[in-house]
Ligand binder design. Structure first.
Ligand code: KG4
Ligand code: ZN
Length: 357
């Protein structure tokens, strides 16, 4: 796909992302102002704080994107912006910024679903990278998107066409990582901390439960979180620590074993279900996206499953798996090409689904 050159804006959660993307694939600039450090002390995202931080960072982020791309308004064909799902206050900052720019510079506006953005990150090519060495995902494909707010398995038979096969019925996988990370005293965000702690595990025999949800593609992580609390409390008693004593951490060895056991359970369920879905629909590729896709164990396990099925696993580099503007530019380009345009009445849709089942 050649052209268009889109300015893309993402502000649905806790990252302010602005990118300039050519033809839905080539990244010309991709600047992300992360609020992770801002939210770390509270152990989670505070919506009010997030919205204010977007306001503070959105203009400097845009300025840096222009400088990186060496582009000007004359080159831009349209503005893509995330309009849901996400935090209302955060979404509104990006949407209103995009609308003002579209109006002032007389550019078309394209509304993009954040979840679709995570899937389309699989099409992105880094600056200086040869697009020919990065094949586009082939249809039909299975997409597994696992983030702090969302977890689903979807089938795509063509561009912009989704069939939702399964979704979490309670917590998102990343949310479970964050909560269990806190239980283990590993800080926020829990995902990368659990992965790192688990690398130090030597016994690797602690078994956490798996919620298989019958033969559906649905997922559930809240029972696992409750089980983790029980297992952590029991381990603390064994080490002579009170479950209520928040100051004293479990030994490093036990923390590593429990982190490993928890991660093994999440990865096992996600990878098994994704592989079964790919087999069932005769997928020609598997796409992995969302913040939890940065997890090395999940990537390795899915790569193995994909190899067994003889299909490629397409997984963006970690910085393109977490929230960013480039993925919105990739999805936005497809919508631009089919003539989709949003009006200045575009509003935030905090609960926007990827597709109805
Ligand atoms: O996609 P994302 O940046 O934001 C949302 O849209 O939610 O995902 C953030 C989530 C957090 O829950 C974080 O703990 C998780 O992704 N995460 C990981 C890893 N890196 C980030 N989870 C497991 N392993 C990782 N290496
Ligand atoms: Zn996301």
């Amino acid at each position: 796909m050649s052209g268009p050159l889109l300015l893309a804006i993402e502000s649905s959660c806790d990252e302010t992302g602005i990118a300039i993307v050519e033809g839905g694939r080539m990244i010309r600039a991709n600047v992300v102002a992360s609020q992770v450090a801002l939210h770390a002390p509270s152990g989670g995202i505070v919506p009010e704080v997030a919205a204010r931080a977007h306001l503070r960072w959105i203009v400097p982020t845009l300025e840096e994107a222009w400088a990186d791309a060496g582009a000007t308004w004359n080159d831009i064909d349209g503005i893509a912006v995330t309009y849901g799902p996400g935090l209302a206050g955060s979404l509104l900052v990006g949407i209103n910024f995009a609308k003002a720019l579209a109006w002032v510079h007389d550019k078309p506006l394209i509304g993009v679903n954040h979840l679709e953005g995570h899937v389309y990150a699989a099409w992105l090519v880094d600056p200086g990278e040869d697009a020919a060495t990065r094949p586009e995902p082939e249809f039909p494909l299975i997409a597994l998107v696992v983030s702090g707010g969302h977890t689903f398995i979807a089938e795509m038979r063509d561009h912009l066409s989704y069939r939702l096969l399964g979704t979490t019925v309670d917590d998102a996988a990343g949310e479970a990582f964050d909560k269990v990370g806190r239980l283990l005293g590993l800080g926020y965000p829990g995902g990368p901390a659990i992965q790192k702690a688990a690398e130090g595990a030597t016994r690797r025999d602690t078994v956490f439960p798996r919620a298989w949800m019958g033969d559906t593609y649905d997922l559930s992580f809240s029972g696992l979180k409750t089980a983790a609390r029980r297992i952590v409390d029991a381990a603390r008693l064994e080490e002579g620590l009170s479950p209520d004593d928040k100051e004293t951490a479990l030994s490093e060895a036990t923390t590593a074993e429990l982190a490993w056991g928890f991660q093994d359970s999440v990865v096992d369920v996600l990878a098994s279900k994704t592989a079964r879905a790919a087999r069932e629909i005769g997928a020609r590729s598997i796409v992995l996206g969302g913040g939890v896709a940065a997890n090395a164990v999940l990537r390795d396990r899915l790569r193995g499953e994909a190899a067994t099925l003889g299909v490629p696993l397409i997984v963006p580099r970690p910085a393109l798996c977490t929230d960013n503007g480039a993925m919105i530019g990739a999805a936005g380009a497809r919508r631009y090409r089919v003539g989709e345009r949003a009006g200045l009445e575009l509003d935030a849709r905090p609960s926007l689904p990827l597709a109805l089942r």
